[in-house]
Design a protein around this ligand. Sequence first.
Ligand SMILES: [Zn+2]
Length: 163
Amino acid sequence: MDKTSACSGHAAAPVKLACALRTGGCAGCNVVGLLREVGLRPTRQRIALGRMLFAKGHRHITAEILHEEAIAARVPVSLATVYNALHQFTEAGLLREIAVEGGRAYFDTNVSDHHHFLFEDENRLVDIGGESVSFGGLPTPPEGTAISRVDVLIRLRRRPVAR
Ligand SMILES: [Zn+2]
């Protein structure tokens, strides 16, 4: 891999982030530096969680699943710590939070403008490119506000099998 280019599979993510957090990524980048850059103290837990989040390409992950992965990888963290870290990463712009329903939230490592398919039966999200959804018109935002982002969630269910 060219050490100066973005790691593959991370084209839409901030290049520095993708490289820094990927195991065996670009020389000269490191997760510690990255966390410092966004104002987060690089604790061992944040570094470990960051690697799990970003080393596998783009992911949509819940706090519960990340917690399970951490336990499986023998990273000693509580679910509350995982929640805190995910929210801190989100506030720092490293993740995007997608609220689906019932307070269920996914954290997306792809922070570029895009939309999602939701496979309702599997609770799985798949990216849709931002340019492949168009709008006939958006409402005028209430006075004193501006639209910061438009998220589209297209819900899918399996078609009944024809007999
Ligand atoms: Zn996404």
